[in-house]
Write a protein of this length. Structure first.
Length: 407
């Protein structure tokens, strides 16, 4: 299994071969400031006790409080969380929001837990981490398999322990519990804004075909937004597998189907395919929106998309990046493409601290302005440095981090 943190360091190496940074800065930015591991005992519904392993990695806070989601997944481990925390530090610098980078996780398959067990586990994570969290210290949020409801439990637990009254320590909360308008759709919406800013530079036509790996909080919203704007979403998938329909999927009908049947499979007019097959479908725009390391040295030569928008974190390995670059397939990197989520999280944090509530129009207008500006800045860096968008985004982020760290 590829180690995501090693991949992240390989990306760093590739970017800094294009533009060098001071050696002392490189040493500091290559390691997290702090790694915390906790044991979380949970009394299960059958009376037995299970002990889960929880993590928080605080990579860098030179630009603001550590910021980043918490992932619940059976494959999550410290190396994955370290990679994700590093990418968060770069992502917040790319979006130029006043946040540092961190990430959390628990090794667990949450689908196997009852709601009571899930709540106990979530509260246990917040309790175990309470010393290092806080609106000015470390501000977690949702990630894979963590929901607004889980954020409410964690925030409630943290507020009880710490006496915090701002409610700004966790973002991605539900609207009725201090959440922001637009946060649910923000990663997908942000991806759309980034795509819009860059589309013409790469000759992608309106109404092109789209394949989306993942139909969760990120992929589901992306499917809706691209489809509502006239693009033809021909295939999507969940962890069990995918479906394809060459003349385009009706996304609203597909959402109902999945809610009712618990699977995408069998959707009228479509045929089933595996996640591996889905990635290799001929299409204009491929949007990986699930987990890391899905496009690798092995399948990169067979990718038929004309353009890749990374809404997942780390879906393309550095070897695959090299292959796609040589094949002339532009990749909009995760740290730019999916930065809409953490940007609206930062709006939520800001609203909580100021006791304000912004309208959805205001949230989206601010998001659009930021992502438009930063997408163009990174595109221009890629042209000036004669490199791809990932290396350009790393360089822009590293310049901002280096400045904040006094280099
Ligand atoms: N988990 C999301 C990400 O990877 C959002 C993090 C946040 O909102 O803080 O960017």
């Amino acid at each position: 299994m590829t180690n995501p943190f090693e991949n992240a360091l390989m990306q760093l190496k590739r970017a800094t071969a294009v533009q060098a940074f001071p050696e002392a800065f490189m040493k500091q930015i290559s390691v997290p400031n702090r790694e915390v591991r906790i044991s979380i005992p949970v009394v299960m519904d059958d009376g037995s006790t299970q002990v889960y392993e929880g993590y928080r990695v605080e990579h860098n806070n030179a630009r603001g409080p550590y910021k980043g989601g918490i992932r619940f997944h059976h494959d999550t481990d410290i190396n994955e969380v370290k990679a994700l925390a590093f990418w968060m530090a770069l992502k917040c610098a790319v979006a130029n929001i006043p946040m540092g980078g961190g990430k959390g996780g628990i090794t667990v398959d949450p689908k196997k837990l009852s709601k009571t067990e899930l709540e106990k586990l979530s509260r246990g994570w917040a309790r175990g981490m309470s010393d290092i969290l806080g609106p000015k210290k470390d501000v977690p949020a949702p990630d894979v398999n963590t929901t607004p409801e889980i954020m409410t439990w964690m925030n409630d637990e943290y507020m009880k322990i710490s006496g915090d009254t701002t409610g700004a320590t966790f973002t991605g909360k539900p609207l009725n519990a201090g959440g922001s308008e637009g946060r649910g759709a923000a990663t997908g919406m942000g991806g759309w804004y980034v795509f819009q800013a860059l589309r013409e530079k790469y000759n992608i036509q309106p109404g092109s075909t789209v394949v989306i790996q993942g139909f969760g909080n990120v992929g589901g919203h992306a499917a809706n937004i691209f489809s509502a704007n006239g693009y033809k979403v021909i295939a999507t998938s969940d962890s069990k597998g995918g479906i394809v329909k060459e003349d385009g999927l009706d996304i609203a009908a597909l959402e109902n189907w999945k809610k009712e049947k618990g699977t995408l499979s069998g959707f009228p007019g479509s045929r089933d395919l595996t996640n591996a097959e889905l990635l290799e479908l001929p299409c204009d725009i491929l949007i990986p929106s699930a987990l890391e390391n899905v496009i690798t040295f092995d399948n990169a030569p067979r990718i038929k998309a004309k353009f890749v928008l990374e809404l997942a974190n780390g879906p393309i390995t550095p070897e695959a990046d090299e292959i796609l670059y040589d094949r002339g397939i532009p990749v909009v990197p995760d740290i730019l493409a999916n930065s809409g989520g953490v940007t609206v999280s930062t709006f939520e944090w800001d609203q909580n601290l100021k006791n304000e509530h912004w309208s959805e129009e205001m949230v989206n207008a601010k998001l659009l302005e930021i992502l438009n500006r930063e997408s163009i800045a990174i595109y221009e860096k890629s042209v000036a440095a004669k490199t791809d968008l990932r290396r350009a985004a790393f360089i822009v982020a590293l310049e901002r981090l280096a400045k904040a760290m006094g280099y």
